[in-house]
Design a protein around this ligand. Structure first.
Ligand code: NAP
Length: 292
């Protein structure tokens, strides 16, 4: 068997086309969708992610504001800025690019963002809503994976799903979202004994560990759907996922490439969440008119 490669770039193009239509409608109604992106320090990977997000916003007509702070900015200053953005009616989404320098508390930052503008879906309120099954803003990476599965008509209901990686931003919300779609979900992490014992049972395997080459063909059930969330920069500058793509491709039924799989969908779902936020504001009549 040779797996079908799920083309995240192509799906992202389609969804962004739909986003453009939604953005145009909002603008015509006097509500220009706006996203504020805060970045602290000069981590090169963060810069790449932020630039991708800003570019994607421009492409669909979402107004993005990039707010850059030096690495030694005080926590207070960042929190003050977030509070100002919370009350700014031109801003519908606020994103703080992680990681942050050690002297700034990620928890405080995420809790300061208004849950109504938390388009990354990391605020406690949004995490709690996700647990209860009525997500306000689904976290972008798992949301992107969900869309990739849907686009291929892959029904997760009743399937054995194994999520490798249990972070707050990918693994845990991914597992919750799939469980709510009635999959049977196991979550593995660095302390899992004999990872292969779990992965071999997966009808759908989602890998988000940040370990290149972690998943080899012997760990994958024949015909499984394999979603590789990992992004690892190798010493030669190339980007690879967590899955041995060439090997696993020969055994799986579907597989996502890295790059060009989950990554483009993560950025796209950020835009979807921002538009969703602006549409809620417009519906509630809380927008400021950008026409006058
Ligand atoms: P993270 O916070 O470092 O979490 C990694 C998770 O993987 C942890 O739960 C860790 O277990 C687990 N893990 C590490 N080594 C493992 C092993 N050998 N076996 C099983 N589990 C293992 O990373 P993250 O933020 O979730 O990101 C994960 C990967 O996805 C990274 O490569 C990141 O760059 C990528 N990513 C991609 C996108 C995208 O858009 N494609 C978005 C976000 C992240 P413990 O909890 O026990 O430490």
């Amino acid at each position: 068997m040779v797996a079908k490669i799920i083309d995240g770039k192509a799906l992202a193009r389609v969804v962004r086309g739909e986003c453009k239509i939604r953005a145009d409608k909002l603008i015509a109604a006097g509500c220009h969708p706006g996203l504020a992106v805060l970045v602290v320090g000069s981590d090169p990977a963060s810069r790449v992610y932020v630039n991708n997000k800003v570019r994607a916003c421009t492409e669909v007509g979402v107004e993005s504001t990039l707010l850059e702070f030096p690495a030694d900015v005080s926590e207070e200053e960042v929190l003050m800025k977030i509070k100002a953005l919370n009350t700014d009616p031109a801003v519908h989404g606020i994103l703080v690019q992680l990681p942050l320098p050690e002297h700034i508390s990620v928890r405080k930052v995420l809790e300061t963002i208004s849950h109504e503008k938390d388009v990354d879906g990391f605020h406690l309120y949004n995490v709690g809503s996700l647990v209860l099954g009525n997500s306000v803003f689904p976290p972008c990476t798992p949301y992107g994976v969900q869309k990739l599965l849907e686009s291929e008509g892959i029904d997760v209901r009743g399937q054995n799903v194994v999520v490798v990686g249990a972070s707050n931003i990918v693994g845990k919300p991914m597992a919750l979202m799939l469980m709510q779609q009635e999959a049977t979900v196991a979550i593995c992490h660095a302390r899992t004994r004999d990872l292969a014992q779990f992965t071999i049972l997966a009808d759908i395997l989602v890998v988000a560990a940040g370990k290149p080459g972690l998943i080899v063909p012997q760990m994958v059930k024949a015909g499984a759907v394999v979603i590789d969330v990992g992004i690892n920069r190798m010493p030669d500058g190339s980007i690879v996922g967590d899955v041995d793509f060439e090997g696993v491709k020969k055994k799986a039924s579907y597989i996502t490439p890295v790059p060009g799989g989950v990554g483009p969908m993560t950025v796209t779902m950020l835009i979807v969440n921002t538009l969703e936020s602006a549409e809620r504001v417009l519906e509630a009549g809380r927008h400021i008119s950008s026409i006058n």
